[in-house]
Structure formats: structure tokens, C-alpha cells
Design a protein around this ligand. Structure first.
Ligand code: SF4
Length: 111
């Protein structure tokens, strides 16, 4: 499957959604392209670009909170760790995403 046309559309759409939330695409270009490839594949299978790093539970209410970009549903956690779970998006001021610890919500005072 040629994922490029859909990846281009997702890049455009996602940027419009995450930018006002204070996020940007990761500067790690290889990771970004890998994750977008995964999302296009998931979208082709399910009709929705689900998160590539979270398992589907076939619980619609729960799974719809894992549609990319899921930042609005998990904003407090992602703001605390300056990245989303997959690392596709990071806070705008992040230059090196490898310096960001991947902490659980409980580790940052949530839940
Ligand atoms: S964790 Fe990141 S890549 Fe995964 S759905 Fe949420 S915003 Fe998208």
C-alpha cells in the first residue's frame, strides 16, 4: 500500500489540530514517518486512524479516546510529560525528545 498520499493529508490535518494545543510533530523524522505509516495502515483496516501504540479493546467509548491526535483526552498527562504516548507529538519547546521521560499518570500526580 502506498501510504504517502494519506500521510500527507494526516500531516496537514494533525498539525492544524495540535498546534493550538501547544504541540508539534516530533523532530525525530524517522519516528514520525514510522508512526504515520502505522496510522494509515490502521485507518485502512478500521476506517479510523487509531493510536499505533495503544491496543484496541473493542470498547467504543474507550477506543474513541485513542483516535489520533488523542491529546485533548489526555491533555493533563501529556502536558506533564511534554509528549504523547507514542512520541508523535511533543510540546513546542522540545528540541530533543530523547530527553523526555515516559512517566505514568500516577508518577506525575494524576489519578
Ligand atoms: S499517543 Fe500520540 S500518536 Fe498515539 S493517538 Fe495519541 S497523539 Fe496520536
Amino acid at each position: 500500500m502506498n501510504t504517502e498520499p494519506r500521510k500527507k493529508a494526516l500531516r496537514y490535518f494533525f498539525e492544524k489540530v495540535v498546534e493550538p494545543l501547544g504541540f508539534k510533530f516530533t523532530p525525530d523524522a524517522e519516528l514520525k514517518e514510522f508512526l504515520l505509516d502505522q496510522e494509515v495502515t490502521l485507518e485502512a483496516k478500521h476506517g479510523i486512524p487509531f493510536c499505533p501504540c495503544q491496543p484496541l479493546r473493542h470498547d467504543r467509548a474507550r477506543d474513541m479516546r485513542m483516535v489520533c491526535p488523542c491529546i485533548p483526552f489526555h491533555r493533563a498527562h501529556f502536558d506533564a510529560i511534554k509528549r504523547c504516548w507514542c512520541g508523535l507529538f511533543v510540546h513546542k519547546d522540545v528540541l530533543d525528545p530523547n530527553t523526555l521521560p515516559q512517566l505514568e499518570p500516577k508518577d506525575v500526580g494524576l489519578e
